[in-house]
Design a binder for this molecule. Structure first.
Ligand SMILES: [Zn+2]
Length: 136
């Protein structure tokens, strides 16, 4: 059985980021579809869409046309670059929040990072030199 599976998977593309995204996204659509009662037609359409997305995700993983699947994944990467960068930035800001306070200059709106626990301090904007007092 194991041998058969290994032979079956030979030369096949395998799961990449796009396939994983399709499987998860399709599953989410299926779950939404399961909760969608009225109008029933919308739930049915959602169910069909979710199913198609999940199946296509698997079809990609079992595909033998590696070059084409690779190109699709690259395209997916390009298309989602902005979103991923944005999430990366949000994550960075969240991590910074633990140790720093972020203040906005009242004059030029420049964001200024001050280490936490400094008490009441006078901040001098590095961009426009405006001084303002904040508690960090
Ligand atoms: Zn400023």
């Amino acid at each position: 059985m194991r041998e058969k599976l290994v032979r079956f998977m030979q030369g096949r593309y395998g799961v990449d980021q796009l396939s994983r995204f399709m499987m998860i996204f399709g599953l989410i659509v299926l779950i939404i579809a399961a909760f969608f009662r009225r109008p029933a037609i919308v739930g049915n359409i959602l169910y069909l869409i979710g199913l198609v997305i999940v199946v296509l995700g698997y079809v990609r993983a079992f595909s033998k046309n590696r070059a084409k699947r690779y190109a699709e994944n690259q395209k997916y990467y390009q298309l989602t670059a902005g979103i991923r960068r944005r999430f990366g930035k949000e994550k960075y800001i969240l991590e910074q929040r633990k140790d720093y306070r972020i203040f906005t200059c009242p004059q030029c709106k420049q964001k200024i990072r001050i280490p936490k626990g400094k008490g009441k301090i006078e901040i001098s904007c590095p961009k426009c030199q405006t001084k303002f007092v904040k508690k960090a």
